[in-house]
Design a protein around this ligand. Structure first.
Ligand SMILES: Nc1ncnc2c1ncn2[C@@H]1O[C@H](COP(=O)(O)OP(=O)(O)O)[C@@H](O)[C@H]1O
Ligand SMILES: O=C(CO)[C@@H](O)[C@H](O)COP(=O)(O)O
Length: 485
Protein backbone atom coordinates (compact mmCIF):
# COMPACT_ATOMS: atom_id res chain seq x y z
CA UNK A 1 0.00 0.00 0.00
CA UNK A 2 1.37 3.47 -0.93
CA UNK A 3 0.52 6.33 1.45
CA UNK A 4 0.70 10.11 1.16
CA UNK A 5 0.60 12.71 3.94
CA UNK A 6 -0.99 16.14 4.21
CA UNK A 7 -0.32 18.77 6.86
CA UNK A 8 -2.39 21.72 8.10
CA UNK A 9 -0.17 24.03 10.12
CA UNK A 10 -3.04 26.23 11.27
CA UNK A 11 -3.34 29.02 13.78
CA UNK A 12 -4.15 26.89 16.80
CA UNK A 13 -2.56 23.54 15.96
CA UNK A 14 -0.70 21.32 13.52
CA UNK A 15 -2.64 18.41 12.02
CA UNK A 16 -1.25 15.57 9.91
CA UNK A 17 -3.28 13.00 8.03
CA UNK A 18 -2.01 10.01 6.10
CA UNK A 19 -4.13 8.72 3.20
CA UNK A 20 -4.06 5.62 1.06
CA UNK A 21 -2.97 6.67 -2.43
CA UNK A 22 -5.45 4.37 -4.19
CA UNK A 23 -8.66 5.15 -2.33
CA UNK A 24 -7.89 8.33 -0.41
CA UNK A 25 -9.00 6.60 2.80
CA UNK A 26 -7.50 8.07 5.96
CA UNK A 27 -5.01 5.58 7.35
CA UNK A 28 -3.96 7.48 10.45
CA UNK A 29 -3.59 11.03 11.79
CA UNK A 30 -1.86 13.12 14.42
CA UNK A 31 -1.89 16.60 15.89
CA UNK A 32 -0.02 18.95 18.22
CA UNK A 33 -0.96 22.37 19.64
CA UNK A 34 0.51 25.75 18.64
CA UNK A 35 1.19 28.52 21.14
CA UNK A 36 -1.42 31.25 21.65
CA UNK A 37 -0.81 34.78 20.48
CA UNK A 38 -0.61 36.74 17.26
CA UNK A 39 3.18 36.63 17.09
CA UNK A 40 4.84 33.23 17.26
CA UNK A 41 8.39 31.92 16.96
CA UNK A 42 8.25 29.65 13.84
CA UNK A 43 10.42 27.14 15.72
CA UNK A 44 7.23 26.30 17.69
CA UNK A 45 5.52 25.33 14.39
CA UNK A 46 8.49 23.14 13.43
CA UNK A 47 8.42 21.37 16.81
CA UNK A 48 4.62 20.97 16.53
CA UNK A 49 5.00 19.53 13.01
CA UNK A 50 7.51 16.97 14.28
CA UNK A 51 5.25 16.11 17.22
CA UNK A 52 2.16 15.81 14.99
CA UNK A 53 4.05 13.53 12.55
CA UNK A 54 5.20 11.38 15.47
CA UNK A 55 1.59 11.33 16.77
CA UNK A 56 0.55 10.07 13.32
CA UNK A 57 3.05 7.21 13.57
CA UNK A 58 5.86 8.79 11.53
CA UNK A 59 6.46 8.96 7.80
CA UNK A 60 8.32 5.66 7.45
CA UNK A 61 5.82 4.26 4.90
CA UNK A 62 4.86 7.59 3.32
CA UNK A 63 5.90 8.29 -0.29
CA UNK A 64 4.94 11.99 -0.53
CA UNK A 65 3.92 14.89 1.71
CA UNK A 66 2.65 18.46 1.28
CA UNK A 67 2.30 21.18 3.87
CA UNK A 68 -0.58 23.65 3.85
CA UNK A 69 -0.77 26.39 6.45
CA UNK A 70 -2.25 29.58 7.83
CA UNK A 71 -1.71 32.34 5.30
CA UNK A 72 0.05 35.71 5.34
CA UNK A 73 2.37 35.25 8.39
CA UNK A 74 5.66 37.16 8.04
CA UNK A 75 8.70 34.90 8.47
CA UNK A 76 11.76 37.13 7.98
CA UNK A 77 15.16 35.41 7.68
CA UNK A 78 18.74 36.67 7.96
CA UNK A 79 21.76 35.51 5.94
CA UNK A 80 22.32 32.57 8.31
CA UNK A 81 18.76 31.33 7.73
CA UNK A 82 17.72 32.43 11.21
CA UNK A 83 14.31 33.88 11.94
CA UNK A 84 14.91 37.57 12.73
CA UNK A 85 11.90 38.06 15.05
CA UNK A 86 8.77 36.08 15.92
CA UNK A 87 6.42 35.81 12.92
CA UNK A 88 3.50 38.24 12.83
CA UNK A 89 0.37 36.22 12.07
CA UNK A 90 -2.60 36.95 9.80
CA UNK A 91 -4.66 38.00 12.85
CA UNK A 92 -2.11 40.50 14.20
CA UNK A 93 -3.52 43.96 13.55
CA UNK A 94 -0.55 46.14 14.53
CA UNK A 95 0.15 46.87 10.84
CA UNK A 96 -3.28 48.50 10.29
CA UNK A 97 -1.76 51.99 9.91
CA UNK A 98 0.95 50.61 7.61
CA UNK A 99 -1.81 49.08 5.46
CA UNK A 100 -3.69 52.38 5.29
CA UNK A 101 -0.45 54.22 4.39
CA UNK A 102 0.39 51.77 1.61
CA UNK A 103 -3.11 52.01 0.15
CA UNK A 104 -2.82 55.83 0.24
CA UNK A 105 0.54 55.71 -1.51
CA UNK A 106 -0.30 53.17 -4.23
CA UNK A 107 -4.08 53.46 -4.53
CA UNK A 108 -6.69 50.75 -3.94
CA UNK A 109 -7.45 50.27 -7.64
CA UNK A 110 -3.75 49.99 -8.49
CA UNK A 111 -3.24 47.38 -5.73
CA UNK A 112 -6.23 45.37 -7.00
CA UNK A 113 -4.90 45.60 -10.58
CA UNK A 114 -1.36 44.52 -9.66
CA UNK A 115 -2.01 41.92 -6.94
CA UNK A 116 -5.74 41.07 -6.92
CA UNK A 117 -6.04 42.41 -3.36
CA UNK A 118 -6.26 45.71 -1.49
CA UNK A 119 -4.11 45.10 1.58
CA UNK A 120 -5.38 45.22 5.15
CA UNK A 121 -3.40 44.47 8.30
CA UNK A 122 -3.51 40.71 7.67
CA UNK A 123 -1.37 40.80 4.57
CA UNK A 124 2.40 40.19 4.60
CA UNK A 125 3.26 43.40 2.74
CA UNK A 126 1.81 45.57 5.52
CA UNK A 127 3.72 43.64 8.18
CA UNK A 128 6.95 44.38 6.29
CA UNK A 129 6.14 48.10 6.26
CA UNK A 130 5.46 47.89 9.99
CA UNK A 131 8.84 46.18 10.45
CA UNK A 132 10.63 48.87 8.44
CA UNK A 133 9.07 51.63 10.57
CA UNK A 134 8.93 50.04 14.04
CA UNK A 135 12.06 47.86 13.98
CA UNK A 136 14.43 49.30 11.34
CA UNK A 137 17.38 47.38 12.79
CA UNK A 138 15.50 44.12 12.17
CA UNK A 139 14.33 45.24 8.72
CA UNK A 140 17.95 45.94 7.75
CA UNK A 141 18.84 42.28 8.45
CA UNK A 142 16.14 40.78 6.22
CA UNK A 143 17.68 38.68 3.45
CA UNK A 144 14.71 36.39 2.70
CA UNK A 145 10.97 36.40 3.41
CA UNK A 146 8.80 33.30 3.62
CA UNK A 147 5.28 32.35 4.67
CA UNK A 148 4.59 29.72 7.35
CA UNK A 149 4.09 26.84 4.88
CA UNK A 150 7.13 27.86 2.79
CA UNK A 151 9.37 27.90 5.83
CA UNK A 152 8.10 24.56 7.17
CA UNK A 153 8.55 22.92 3.74
CA UNK A 154 12.14 24.25 3.68
CA UNK A 155 12.79 22.86 7.16
CA UNK A 156 11.26 19.48 6.30
CA UNK A 157 13.52 19.25 3.25
CA UNK A 158 16.50 19.65 5.56
CA UNK A 159 17.27 23.37 5.18
CA UNK A 160 17.31 25.80 8.07
CA UNK A 161 19.51 27.92 10.31
CA UNK A 162 23.27 27.41 10.34
CA UNK A 163 24.16 24.62 12.76
CA UNK A 164 20.54 23.61 13.36
CA UNK A 165 19.68 21.85 10.09
CA UNK A 166 21.29 19.08 8.04
CA UNK A 167 21.55 21.09 4.80
CA UNK A 168 21.99 24.61 6.20
CA UNK A 169 20.62 28.01 5.15
CA UNK A 170 20.29 27.57 1.38
CA UNK A 171 17.82 30.42 0.89
CA UNK A 172 17.47 29.74 -2.85
CA UNK A 173 15.78 26.46 -1.86
CA UNK A 174 12.80 28.30 -0.32
CA UNK A 175 9.69 27.42 -2.34
CA UNK A 176 5.99 28.28 -2.30
CA UNK A 177 2.90 28.01 -4.51
CA UNK A 178 0.57 30.52 -6.18
CA UNK A 179 -2.17 30.24 -3.57
CA UNK A 180 -0.03 31.28 -0.61
CA UNK A 181 2.08 33.77 -2.61
CA UNK A 182 -1.15 35.54 -3.59
CA UNK A 183 -1.78 36.35 0.09
CA UNK A 184 1.36 38.49 0.35
CA UNK A 185 0.09 41.55 -1.60
CA UNK A 186 3.40 41.54 -3.52
CA UNK A 187 2.44 38.83 -6.01
CA UNK A 188 0.26 38.95 -9.11
CA UNK A 189 -1.86 35.77 -9.26
CA UNK A 190 -2.66 36.41 -12.93
CA UNK A 191 0.95 36.48 -14.19
CA UNK A 192 2.38 34.32 -11.37
CA UNK A 193 5.16 36.82 -10.65
CA UNK A 194 6.27 38.83 -7.66
CA UNK A 195 5.83 42.61 -7.63
CA UNK A 196 9.22 43.59 -6.30
CA UNK A 197 8.50 47.29 -6.52
CA UNK A 198 5.70 46.90 -3.99
CA UNK A 199 8.01 44.87 -1.77
CA UNK A 200 10.74 47.53 -2.02
CA UNK A 201 8.17 50.23 -1.24
CA UNK A 202 6.98 48.39 1.87
CA UNK A 203 10.51 47.99 3.19
CA UNK A 204 11.39 51.57 2.21
CA UNK A 205 14.16 50.26 -0.07
CA UNK A 206 15.10 51.89 -3.35
CA UNK A 207 13.07 50.61 -6.32
CA UNK A 208 14.49 47.38 -7.68
CA UNK A 209 14.84 47.71 -11.46
CA UNK A 210 15.96 44.13 -12.16
CA UNK A 211 13.36 41.39 -11.66
CA UNK A 212 14.36 38.74 -9.11
CA UNK A 213 17.13 40.86 -7.64
CA UNK A 214 17.31 41.81 -3.98
CA UNK A 215 15.56 40.01 -1.17
CA UNK A 216 15.21 36.24 -1.68
CA UNK A 217 11.60 35.20 -2.15
CA UNK A 218 10.45 31.58 -2.39
CA UNK A 219 10.36 30.11 -5.91
CA UNK A 220 6.73 29.67 -6.98
CA UNK A 221 6.11 26.05 -7.94
CA UNK A 222 3.33 24.46 -9.99
CA UNK A 223 0.50 22.75 -8.08
CA UNK A 224 1.82 19.33 -9.15
CA UNK A 225 5.52 20.09 -8.55
CA UNK A 226 7.59 17.36 -6.92
CA UNK A 227 10.59 18.28 -4.83
CA UNK A 228 12.55 15.54 -3.11
CA UNK A 229 14.40 15.27 0.13
CA UNK A 230 18.09 14.93 -0.73
CA UNK A 231 19.07 11.24 -0.68
CA UNK A 232 22.13 12.11 1.38
CA UNK A 233 20.12 13.83 4.06
CA UNK A 234 19.91 11.89 7.27
CA UNK A 235 16.27 11.27 8.15
CA UNK A 236 14.93 12.96 11.24
CA UNK A 237 14.97 9.47 12.65
CA UNK A 238 11.84 7.86 13.89
CA UNK A 239 10.30 11.23 14.71
CA UNK A 240 9.52 12.21 11.14
CA UNK A 241 11.20 9.58 8.94
CA UNK A 242 11.59 12.37 6.36
CA UNK A 243 14.70 10.80 4.85
CA UNK A 244 16.08 10.77 1.30
CA UNK A 245 13.67 10.13 -1.56
CA UNK A 246 10.51 11.44 0.10
CA UNK A 247 8.55 13.52 -2.44
CA UNK A 248 7.54 16.94 -1.11
CA UNK A 249 4.78 18.92 -2.84
CA UNK A 250 4.66 22.69 -3.23
CA UNK A 251 2.24 23.11 -0.32
CA UNK A 252 -0.52 25.75 -0.27
CA UNK A 253 -2.42 28.32 1.73
CA UNK A 254 -4.91 26.63 4.03
CA UNK A 255 -8.09 27.73 2.27
CA UNK A 256 -6.80 26.72 -1.16
CA UNK A 257 -5.85 23.33 0.29
CA UNK A 258 -9.35 22.94 1.77
CA UNK A 259 -10.82 23.57 -1.71
CA UNK A 260 -8.61 20.74 -3.02
CA UNK A 261 -9.61 18.46 -0.15
CA UNK A 262 -13.31 19.09 -0.78
CA UNK A 263 -12.99 18.84 -4.56
CA UNK A 264 -14.86 22.18 -4.65
CA UNK A 265 -16.38 22.87 -8.09
CA UNK A 266 -18.16 25.80 -9.76
CA UNK A 267 -21.22 26.77 -7.68
CA UNK A 268 -19.71 25.52 -4.40
CA UNK A 269 -19.02 28.21 -1.82
CA UNK A 270 -16.93 26.99 1.09
CA UNK A 271 -17.65 28.54 4.51
CA UNK A 272 -14.88 27.60 6.93
CA UNK A 273 -15.32 28.35 10.64
CA UNK A 274 -12.02 27.90 12.46
CA UNK A 275 -9.93 30.57 14.16
CA UNK A 276 -10.66 32.61 11.04
CA UNK A 277 -13.99 32.65 9.28
CA UNK A 278 -13.58 32.36 5.53
CA UNK A 279 -15.96 32.29 2.57
CA UNK A 280 -14.44 31.32 -0.76
CA UNK A 281 -14.92 29.62 -4.11
CA UNK A 282 -12.76 28.29 -6.93
CA UNK A 283 -13.07 30.18 -10.22
CA UNK A 284 -11.27 30.08 -13.52
CA UNK A 285 -11.15 33.89 -13.76
CA UNK A 286 -9.34 36.28 -11.40
CA UNK A 287 -11.35 38.64 -9.21
CA UNK A 288 -10.10 42.18 -8.58
CA UNK A 289 -12.32 43.92 -6.02
CA UNK A 290 -11.22 47.55 -5.76
CA UNK A 291 -13.44 47.92 -2.67
CA UNK A 292 -11.04 45.45 -1.01
CA UNK A 293 -13.75 43.26 0.52
CA UNK A 294 -12.94 40.22 -1.62
CA UNK A 295 -9.32 39.09 -1.82
CA UNK A 296 -8.53 37.88 -5.33
CA UNK A 297 -6.29 34.98 -4.35
CA UNK A 298 -5.02 32.12 -6.53
CA UNK A 299 -6.14 28.56 -5.83
CA UNK A 300 -3.95 25.45 -5.55
CA UNK A 301 -4.91 23.95 -8.90
CA UNK A 302 -4.02 26.65 -11.43
CA UNK A 303 -7.20 28.75 -11.02
CA UNK A 304 -8.36 31.46 -8.62
CA UNK A 305 -9.80 31.61 -5.11
CA UNK A 306 -11.81 34.78 -4.38
CA UNK A 307 -12.11 34.90 -0.59
CA UNK A 308 -13.53 36.96 2.26
CA UNK A 309 -12.06 36.44 5.73
CA UNK A 310 -13.15 37.49 9.21
CA UNK A 311 -10.99 37.53 12.33
CA UNK A 312 -13.80 36.46 14.66
CA UNK A 313 -15.14 32.99 14.07
CA UNK A 314 -14.97 29.86 16.29
CA UNK A 315 -13.44 31.78 19.19
CA UNK A 316 -16.60 33.90 19.37
CA UNK A 317 -18.38 30.74 20.50
CA UNK A 318 -15.55 29.83 22.88
CA UNK A 319 -15.84 33.25 24.48
CA UNK A 320 -19.65 33.21 24.89
CA UNK A 321 -19.62 29.58 26.08
CA UNK A 322 -17.16 30.66 28.79
CA UNK A 323 -19.40 33.58 29.81
CA UNK A 324 -22.31 31.14 30.07
CA UNK A 325 -20.14 28.70 32.02
CA UNK A 326 -20.75 25.95 29.51
CA UNK A 327 -19.17 23.99 26.64
CA UNK A 328 -19.70 23.83 22.86
CA UNK A 329 -22.40 21.16 22.99
CA UNK A 330 -24.48 22.92 25.63
CA UNK A 331 -24.04 26.29 23.89
CA UNK A 332 -25.50 24.68 20.76
CA UNK A 333 -28.39 23.09 22.67
CA UNK A 334 -29.21 26.40 24.38
CA UNK A 335 -29.08 28.30 21.06
CA UNK A 336 -31.61 25.95 19.48
CA UNK A 337 -34.08 26.59 22.30
CA UNK A 338 -34.21 30.29 21.32
CA UNK A 339 -36.20 31.69 18.39
CA UNK A 340 -34.44 32.89 15.19
CA UNK A 341 -33.40 36.50 15.86
CA UNK A 342 -32.64 35.70 19.53
CA UNK A 343 -35.51 37.87 20.77
CA UNK A 344 -33.79 40.96 19.32
CA UNK A 345 -30.39 40.33 20.96
CA UNK A 346 -27.56 40.98 18.48
CA UNK A 347 -23.89 40.17 19.03
CA UNK A 348 -21.49 41.98 16.71
CA UNK A 349 -18.48 39.78 17.35
CA UNK A 350 -15.51 42.07 16.75
CA UNK A 351 -13.58 40.65 19.72
CA UNK A 352 -10.24 40.95 17.93
CA UNK A 353 -11.01 44.01 15.82
CA UNK A 354 -12.17 42.96 12.35
CA UNK A 355 -10.67 42.40 8.93
CA UNK A 356 -13.88 42.36 6.85
CA UNK A 357 -15.21 44.95 7.30
CA UNK A 358 -11.80 46.58 7.80
CA UNK A 359 -12.17 47.73 11.44
CA UNK A 360 -8.90 46.73 13.12
CA UNK A 361 -9.64 48.69 16.31
CA UNK A 362 -13.29 47.69 16.72
CA UNK A 363 -14.56 45.78 19.74
CA UNK A 364 -17.49 43.42 20.10
CA UNK A 365 -20.89 44.68 21.20
CA UNK A 366 -24.13 43.19 22.45
CA UNK A 367 -27.23 45.20 21.61
CA UNK A 368 -30.98 44.77 21.82
CA UNK A 369 -30.83 43.89 25.52
CA UNK A 370 -34.16 44.08 27.30
CA UNK A 371 -35.36 42.25 30.41
CA UNK A 372 -37.14 39.82 28.10
CA UNK A 373 -34.38 39.28 25.52
CA UNK A 374 -31.48 38.90 27.93
CA UNK A 375 -31.54 35.15 28.48
CA UNK A 376 -28.82 32.52 28.30
CA UNK A 377 -30.52 30.89 25.31
CA UNK A 378 -30.76 34.16 23.37
CA UNK A 379 -27.11 34.98 24.12
CA UNK A 380 -26.01 31.55 22.85
CA UNK A 381 -28.06 32.02 19.66
CA UNK A 382 -26.90 35.64 19.18
CA UNK A 383 -23.26 34.43 19.28
CA UNK A 384 -23.85 31.91 16.48
CA UNK A 385 -26.03 34.29 14.46
CA UNK A 386 -23.52 37.18 14.76
CA UNK A 387 -20.62 34.97 13.69
CA UNK A 388 -22.58 33.66 10.68
CA UNK A 389 -23.95 37.07 9.63
CA UNK A 390 -20.39 38.37 9.06
CA UNK A 391 -19.81 35.39 6.77
CA UNK A 392 -23.14 35.90 4.97
CA UNK A 393 -22.03 39.49 4.25
CA UNK A 394 -18.88 37.92 2.79
CA UNK A 395 -20.96 35.68 0.53
CA UNK A 396 -22.85 38.74 -0.75
CA UNK A 397 -19.53 40.39 -1.61
CA UNK A 398 -18.42 37.28 -3.52
CA UNK A 399 -21.60 37.12 -5.57
CA UNK A 400 -21.33 40.88 -6.29
CA UNK A 401 -17.94 40.04 -7.84
CA UNK A 402 -19.61 37.51 -10.14
CA UNK A 403 -18.92 34.32 -8.19
CA UNK A 404 -21.58 31.66 -8.83
CA UNK A 405 -23.10 30.34 -5.58
CA UNK A 406 -25.37 27.29 -5.65
CA UNK A 407 -24.63 25.68 -2.29
CA UNK A 408 -22.61 26.20 0.90
CA UNK A 409 -20.05 23.62 2.05
CA UNK A 410 -19.66 24.19 5.80
CA UNK A 411 -16.32 23.11 7.31
CA UNK A 412 -13.89 23.96 10.14
CA UNK A 413 -13.95 23.21 13.86
CA UNK A 414 -17.24 25.01 14.59
CA UNK A 415 -19.05 23.27 11.71
CA UNK A 416 -19.02 20.19 13.95
CA UNK A 417 -21.63 21.93 16.09
CA UNK A 418 -25.14 20.90 14.98
CA UNK A 419 -26.58 24.27 16.05
CA UNK A 420 -24.12 26.11 13.81
CA UNK A 421 -25.26 24.02 10.83
CA UNK A 422 -28.97 24.47 11.66
CA UNK A 423 -28.62 28.22 12.10
CA UNK A 424 -26.47 28.48 8.93
CA UNK A 425 -29.50 27.13 7.03
CA UNK A 426 -31.51 30.05 8.50
CA UNK A 427 -28.89 32.74 7.77
CA UNK A 428 -27.80 31.73 4.24
CA UNK A 429 -30.42 31.73 1.51
CA UNK A 430 -28.76 28.70 -0.14
CA UNK A 431 -28.69 24.95 0.54
CA UNK A 432 -26.15 24.12 3.27
CA UNK A 433 -24.15 20.89 3.07
CA UNK A 434 -21.99 19.68 5.96
CA UNK A 435 -19.25 17.29 4.79
CA UNK A 436 -18.25 14.46 7.10
CA UNK A 437 -16.18 15.78 10.03
CA UNK A 438 -12.60 15.99 8.86
CA UNK A 439 -9.46 18.03 8.48
CA UNK A 440 -10.08 19.27 4.93
CA UNK A 441 -6.97 21.46 4.77
CA UNK A 442 -4.70 18.52 5.62
CA UNK A 443 -6.81 16.30 3.35
CA UNK A 444 -6.23 18.74 0.48
CA UNK A 445 -2.51 18.87 1.19
CA UNK A 446 -2.54 15.06 0.84
CA UNK A 447 -4.33 15.46 -2.52
CA UNK A 448 -1.47 17.71 -3.59
CA UNK A 449 1.11 15.19 -2.31
CA UNK A 450 -0.53 12.46 -4.42
CA UNK A 451 -0.56 14.80 -7.44
CA UNK A 452 3.17 15.50 -6.95
CA UNK A 453 3.89 11.77 -6.62
CA UNK A 454 1.94 10.48 -9.61
CA UNK A 455 1.57 13.53 -11.86
CA UNK A 456 -2.24 13.14 -11.72
CA UNK A 457 -4.70 14.88 -9.45
CA UNK A 458 -6.61 12.17 -7.57
CA UNK A 459 -10.41 12.18 -7.72
CA UNK A 460 -11.10 11.04 -4.14
CA UNK A 461 -14.69 11.56 -3.04
CA UNK A 462 -15.88 13.16 0.19
CA UNK A 463 -18.76 11.98 2.38
CA UNK A 464 -21.68 14.19 3.46
CA UNK A 465 -22.64 14.27 7.15
CA UNK A 466 -25.83 16.31 6.93
CA UNK A 467 -27.94 18.63 4.79
CA UNK A 468 -29.82 20.82 7.29
CA UNK A 469 -33.27 21.69 5.99
CA UNK A 470 -33.37 25.08 4.24
CA UNK A 471 -35.19 27.43 6.61
CA UNK A 472 -34.21 30.95 5.55
CA UNK A 473 -35.08 33.57 8.22
CA UNK A 474 -34.33 37.06 6.84
CA UNK A 475 -34.97 38.61 10.29
CA UNK A 476 -31.57 37.41 11.48
CA UNK A 477 -29.55 39.38 8.93
CA UNK A 478 -31.92 42.38 8.93
CA UNK A 479 -31.47 42.78 12.66
CA UNK A 480 -27.72 42.27 12.46
CA UNK A 481 -27.22 44.91 9.78
CA UNK A 482 -29.37 47.48 11.52
CA UNK A 483 -27.60 47.02 14.87
CA UNK A 484 -24.15 47.00 13.26
CA UNK A 485 -24.90 50.21 11.40
N1 LIG B 1 -18.37 21.44 18.51
C1 LIG B 1 -17.82 22.64 18.35
N2 LIG B 1 -18.60 23.75 18.39
C2 LIG B 1 -18.05 24.97 18.22
N3 LIG B 1 -16.73 25.20 18.02
C3 LIG B 1 -15.91 24.13 17.99
C4 LIG B 1 -16.41 22.81 18.15
N4 LIG B 1 -15.35 21.96 18.06
C5 LIG B 1 -14.25 22.73 17.87
N5 LIG B 1 -14.58 24.03 17.83
C6 LIG B 1 -13.67 25.19 17.68
O1 LIG B 1 -13.05 25.14 16.42
C7 LIG B 1 -11.77 25.80 16.51
C8 LIG B 1 -10.76 24.94 15.81
O2 LIG B 1 -11.16 24.77 14.49
P1 LIG B 1 -10.10 24.57 13.33
O3 LIG B 1 -10.85 24.59 12.04
O4 LIG B 1 -9.26 23.38 13.63
O5 LIG B 1 -9.26 25.92 13.52
P2 LIG B 1 -7.84 26.37 12.96
O6 LIG B 1 -7.68 25.66 11.64
O7 LIG B 1 -7.97 27.83 12.82
O8 LIG B 1 -6.80 26.01 13.97
C9 LIG B 1 -11.46 25.99 17.97
O9 LIG B 1 -11.58 27.37 18.29
C10 LIG B 1 -12.54 25.17 18.68
O10 LIG B 1 -12.92 25.76 19.90
O1 LIG C 1 -6.05 34.82 6.81
C1 LIG C 1 -6.61 33.84 6.38
C2 LIG C 1 -7.04 33.74 4.97
O2 LIG C 1 -6.84 34.90 4.24
C3 LIG C 1 -6.90 32.73 7.33
O3 LIG C 1 -7.71 31.76 6.79
C4 LIG C 1 -5.64 32.11 7.80
O4 LIG C 1 -5.14 31.38 6.70
C5 LIG C 1 -5.81 31.31 9.07
O5 LIG C 1 -6.63 30.19 8.99
P1 LIG C 1 -7.09 29.27 10.21
O6 LIG C 1 -5.88 28.88 10.97
O7 LIG C 1 -8.07 30.03 11.00
O8 LIG C 1 -7.74 28.09 9.53
Amino acid sequence: MTSVAGVDSSTQSCKVIIRDLESGAIVRSGRAPHPDGTEVDPEAWWQALRAAIADAGGLGDVAAISIAGQQHGMVALDADGRVIRPALLWNDTRSAQAAADLVDEVGAAEFARRTGTVPVASFTLTKLRWLADAEPENAARVVAIALPHDWLTWRLRGYGPVGESPLGPVLSELTTDRSDASGTSYFDPTTGSYDRNLLARALRLPDVPVPNEGIQLPRVLDPWAAQTVDAEMPSFGTTTGAGGGLVVGAGAGDNAAAALGLGAATGDVVVSIGTSGTVFAVTDRPVRDTAGTVAGFADAAGGFLPLVATLNAARTLVSIAAVLGTDHDELGRLALTAEPGAGGLVLTPYFEGERTPNLPDATASLTGMTLASTTRANLARAAIEGMLCGLADGLDALTRCGVEARRILLIGGAAQNAAVATIAAQVFDLPVVVPEPGEYVAAGAAVQAAWALTGERPAWQIGIASRPASDHRPIIREQYSSHRA
